[in-house]
Design a protein around this ligand. Structure first.
Ligand code: ADP
Length: 258
């Protein structure tokens, strides 16, 4: 039984959000894409950003990954300074002539970290194709390679844009296992998805973005209760844009994915 004092909770790093946004706004020219978005993600948890196409999910993720400077608002990421954020782009692109293993080793050299390439490929389920050239990979394998790349350097925050897209059921299982491992290690994961199965399985928090606004945020159960809905897609349809189900993209209903 530990007798350690807990009277300084503010100084315990695990008590601080891994990601915190306050009133983040962004426009592209005269197109307002994000307005006053505020939320936080705790260490060891998964936050899933859902919402119709064009609602600003990718823009939001790029801002958290420090690839885009917001017009206004504040962002803090655990371990700020180093900005230890791993990022999986919606359409990851790699040097076509590199093999899978060379690609991961190359990113290791870029972040000046020693990388256990075999271990990372094993975690994401790409060991069997370690020697295969990138231009011979399926779309799902490229995405898993992007996940491997995002994990290089052991970041404490992972930002994954549509990680489940194009994955077959085995690949999707690897994705979920990787995310479970990461959160068990205390890492925070912020991902966007149209796949409500992914949300169901992984989300500690759902962040519903609609027309650039965070219209609902909370644990899946809370969203169900708030919307008085029996399912997540119903809750999302109800909470999104004043209940106009037509505004929710068909992909959100998840019917076309395994
Ligand atoms: P989502 O990921 O939810 O589909 P995005 O963040 O990709 O939404 O896009 C939000 C809006 O911003 C869309 O209208 C999109 O066309 C626009 N947009 C995204 N990136 C740019 C850019 N680089 N320049 C201009 N408009 C952009």
């Amino acid at each position: 039984m530990s007798t350690q004092s807990t009277d300084r909770p503010d100084e315990q790093p695990e008590q601080r959000p891994a990601v915190e946004l306050a009133d983040v706004c962004h426009s592209f020219g005269d197109l307002d894409v994000l307005g006053d978005v505020s939320f936080s993600v705790s260490p060891g948890t998964v936050a899933c950003v859902v919402g119709p196409n064009g609602s600003g999910k990718t823009t939001l993720l790029r801002i958290v990954a420090d690839l885009l400077e917001p017009d206004a608002g504040a962002i803090s990421v655990a371990g700020d300074g180093g900005r230890r954020v791993g990022y999986l782009a919606q359409q990851p692109a790699f040097r076509r002539q590199f093999t899978v293993a060379e690609t991961v080793a190359f990113y290791g050299s870029l972040v000046a970290e020693r990388v256990d390439v075999d271990a990372i490929l094993d975690r994401v389920g790409l060991s069997a194709v370690a020697g295969r050239r990138v231009d011979a990979l399926s779309g799902g394998m490229v995405r898993l390679l992007g996940l491997a790349q995002a994990m290089v350097g052991d970041p404490s925050v992972l930002v994954l844009d549509e990680p489940a897209n194009g994955l077959d059921p085995t690949m999707a299982r690897h994705l979920r296992a990787v995310i479970d491992d990461l959160t068990a290690d205390g890492d925070a994961v912020l991902l966007s998805t149209h796949d409500l199965h992914t949300v169901d399985r992984l989300a500690d928090t759902v962040l519903l973005v609609d027309h650039g606004e965070l219209v609902a945020a909370g644990p899946p159960d809370e969203l169900l209760a708030e919307a008085d809905a029996a399912s997540l897609d119903e809750a999302i349809a109800t909470l999104g844009h004043g209940g106009e189900t037509a505004a929710v993209s068909p992909g959100l209903h998840g019917g076309d994915r395994p």
